[in-house]
Design a protein around this ligand. Structure first.
Ligand code: UN1
Length: 507
């Protein structure tokens, strides 16, 4: 087994294929700019196409035998080193992340920290990767189930967590023995390139991780359809997930989809309103509302609707918009001008459906004019079936929905097509447990907002949020490994399962 370690000498924002940083075959490039300031050019990146994807998949396929045969604890040691290196570079990586994606620096550090946490967690899995043994039906026969790697994984990452989510996908894939081709979102290629350089510094062998930058059409489609890609992990819009799923079905690929959310925070009449308010501000406007787990519905008991809306109005209006690198900034930009338009469109819809309490416009004062900023926006007196209460907006907009009874709250919570994260604020332990039972979601919180999932628990949602898989935690290993059931018969004779049952009849 020969393992070559790639160098990082000549990155210059190219694709990483088989340990070499190479330009797109076509020579074409695209530009990444900062959403806080369009004049701040992050760099030029390879505008790749099918040929580049083919080369990357071939490199990942070639690296697979040696990587999958390396003992998992050894793969774990490499991931431990990767974790340490990511930690050493946490600050510069976080600053790059804020510059390219926009989220405020403390949140960018959180994004990088998630990657570090998953690296450590999955590194430890190298010494576990548990299967199980069970008694056989037969005497003198041993039965066990073991995990096997699968092959080349395609990792298609979103821009909203440009370090954490590639890490969520990549580290379980690698510890399980798979190799990977990663494609970053076109808005955040620099984050992935820098992340990958650090992976190589940690000693990930050449070809084990490959990166191809470019558009969904030119890179995503050929990657998803490639016959040598066996696994696809995607985070993004539901429509894209459905498209990926149908393209991948033709070659029977295993697909893990992490899609939309329309996450509610339910605030009951007995709740600690100050705590609920802090949590709503964080969950609705953190990352400028651009999280799958963002709280875009605030379901409140009617008896506290007006009071809570007033509190929320005051706090939302006081949030400071700005460049995420500035300490004074509470809320950074949204990802690009197209997002500004979409969010503005929803505000127009909302104004016909409900009462606009605060915000509602792009923010263009002074320096803000250079970037894509949208005011933190709150609607009140929203009906559960309003479009702004049903559709994912993915921006700093939240809708307060009054309800009169617990049953109505449950109905409203479950009335959307998504089921990612739900939250309840109450001091009533009975309601707390009911919410866990009755709210249809993959993540359930009590007295905590809808964001902030931890790396060692399953992450994912029900209904149109996904297709049943879960990321991170132990559950990630179920996606990235294939079960093999193993039977070892040491009786020395033919024992026919389900037929030779005499030994049972003996007594
Ligand atoms: C996402 O928005 O796709 O729980 C992921 C959270 C984060 C991850 C969000 N840890 O909000």
């Amino acid at each position: 087994m020969e393992i070559h370690v790639a160098t990082t000498a000549t990155t210059s924002n190219r694709n990483l294929i088989g340990g070499e940083w190479v330009a797109a075959r076509s020579g074409k490039t695209f530009t990444s700019t900062s959403p806080a300031n369009r004049d701040d050019v992050i760099g030029e990146f390879a505008a790749s196409s099918r040929e580049d994807v083919d080369a990357a998949v071939a490199a990942a396929k070639a690296a697979y035998p040696a990587w999958s045969m390396m003992p998992a604890p050894k793969r774990g040691e490499i991931l431990f080193k990767v974790a340490r290196i990511l930690n050493e570079h946490k600050e510069d990586l976080s600053r790059l992340l804020t510059r390219e994606m926009g989220k405020v620096l403390p949140e960018a550090r959180g994004d990088v920290q998630e990657a570090i946490d998953v690296a450590y967690y999955m590194a430890g899995e190298g010494r576990r990767l548990f299967g199980y043994t069970v008694p056989s039906e037969m005497p003198d026969k041993f039965a066990m189930a073991i995990r096997k790697p699968i092959g080349v994984a395609a990792i298609i990452a979103p821009w909203n967590f440009p370090i954490a989510i590639p890490a969520w996908k990549l580290f379980p894939a690698l510890i399980s023995g798979n190799t990977a081709v990663m494609k970053p979102a076109s808005d955040t290629p620099a984050c992935m390139i820098r992340f990958t350089e650090l992976l190589l510094e940690g000693g990930i062998p050449e070809g084990v991780v490959n990166v191809v930058t470019g558009s969904g059409n030119d890179v995503g489609h050929p990657l998803v359809e490639h016959p040598d890609v066996k696994l696809i992990s995607f985070t993004g819009h539901t429509e894209t997930g459905v498209d990926i799923s149908s393209r991948a079905a033709k070659t029977l690929k295993r697909v893990s989809l992490e899609l939309g959310g329309k996450n509610p925070i339910v605030i009951w009449a007995d709740a600690d309103l100050d705590l609920a308010l802090d949590s709503v501000i964080w969950s609705a406007f953190g990352t400028s509302g651009q999280r799958c787990t963002a709280a875009s519905r605030i379901v409140v008991h009617r008896s506290i609707h007006d009071e809570f809306v007033q509190m929320l109005h005051k706090r939302a209006a006081a949030l400071v918009l700005g460049d995420g690198l500035l300490e004074t900034t509470d809320v950074g930009p949204v990802i690009n001008d197209k997002a500004l338009e979409r969010i503005g469109g929803y505000v127009e819809i909302g104004q016909k459906e409900a009462e606009l309490v605060v915000g509602g416009n792009p923010a263009r004062d002074g320096e803000l004019a250079k970037g894509s900023f949208f005011e933190p926006t709150v609607f009140a007196e929203v009906k559960g079936d309003a479009r702004i209460a049903q559709e994912e907006i993915f921006g700093p907009v939240t809708a307060v929905i009054p309800v009169d009874s617990w049953d109505e709250a449950v109905r409203v919570v479950n009335s959307v097509q998504y089921g990612l994260s739900t939250s309840l604020f109450t001091n009533d332990v009975n309601l707390a447990f009911r919410s866990i039972r009755d709210f249809d979601s993959g993540l359930g919180y009590v007295n905590h907002g809808t964001i902030g999932a931890e790396a060692h628990l399953p992450f994912g949602g029900t209904k149109a949020t996904g297709n049943g898989h879960r990321e991170v935690g132990q559950s990630a290993l179920d996606f990235y490994t294939e079960w093999k059931s193993v039977y070892i018969d040491y009786s020395g004779k033919l024992q026919r399962a389900q037929i030779d049952m005499e030994f049972i009849d003996q007594d």
